[in-house]
Design a protein around this ligand. Sequence first.
Ligand code: HEC
Length: 127
Amino acid sequence: MKKYAVLISFGFLLFSIDQALADAARGEKFFNDVQGGNCRTCHLVDDTKLIGPGLGNLMVRHSEEWVRQFITDPQKTWETDHPETIELKKRVRATNRQFARCKKAPMTAEIENDLIEYFKTLKLDAQ
Ligand code: HEC
């Protein structure tokens, strides 16, 4: 029993270190890099639509939990009836679209944390 407690605490410690080391600059690089996430091909980071929505203020209109879910598996998240998914579908006028167009890149937990840190910097000024 004690062994498990130690293992669990160790896992948690690693997780916390991972979170603490999350780096917005690395996230930005992955976002823009054609060899990395290649997200920039479809997303600008202000409020302008390209192929996908502009990601300025992303963390204002979404919960962190939803964004994590979406970037690790857009298709699966697209198929849920999570209120934030319903809102996204309305916003991109895609209620009947069967497939999420957002392609996921190979995503490690580290990259995911970096991207979230980067997204947190994408705040637009209030109009
Ligand atoms: C081929 C174009 C394309 C690429 C590449 C792409 N996306 Fe998307 N993304 C979209 C589209 C289109 C949507 C709108 C929902 C849908 O149709 O999937 C979207 C939606 C999103 C949303 C929700 C936006 C909102 O306003 O609610 C996030 C977050 C997102 N993408 C992140 C990413 C990240 C991170 C990457 C890179 C790993 C990426 N996308 C790569 C096209 C793309």
